[in-house]
Design a protein around this ligand. Sequence first.
Ligand SMILES: [Zn+2]
Length: 140
Amino acid sequence: MEEKSRRNKLPHTVIVKAPGLLPMLYTPREICEELDIAESTLRDWLQTGVPHQRDNRNRIWINGESFAGWVDGQRKPKTVSKLNEDEAYCMHCNQVSKLISPQIHPIKGNLVLIKGTCTICGNIINRGAHRDRTPELSQN
Ligand SMILES: [Zn+2]
């Protein structure tokens, strides 16, 4: 199979569903059913650091909350920006500002440029974004 990078590329469904896992112990099969992934996928992840434990019969148990935390850690974006689609970082103000009448310019594929006016200083500021992470914008 794909022997790509060691970095775990998490399916979108996992990212969406993992936070819904409960702080209880799941079997690998249950985790797979909850998250809609293959057991082989989960097994790979277990080897790369998914927190889990084994009982005295060598069965694997996974705490849902710990798993969700692991998922969160995996997808930690380089730019830890949790900006809303109508916000951007203004270089003039050195802070996040709301945008006046933000406009979305498609760049390519999934990338868009969000452009608007800083509510604080009035300069035009823009930032890149992923269309799929700003679903509200996808049809503008
Ligand atoms: Zn500004």
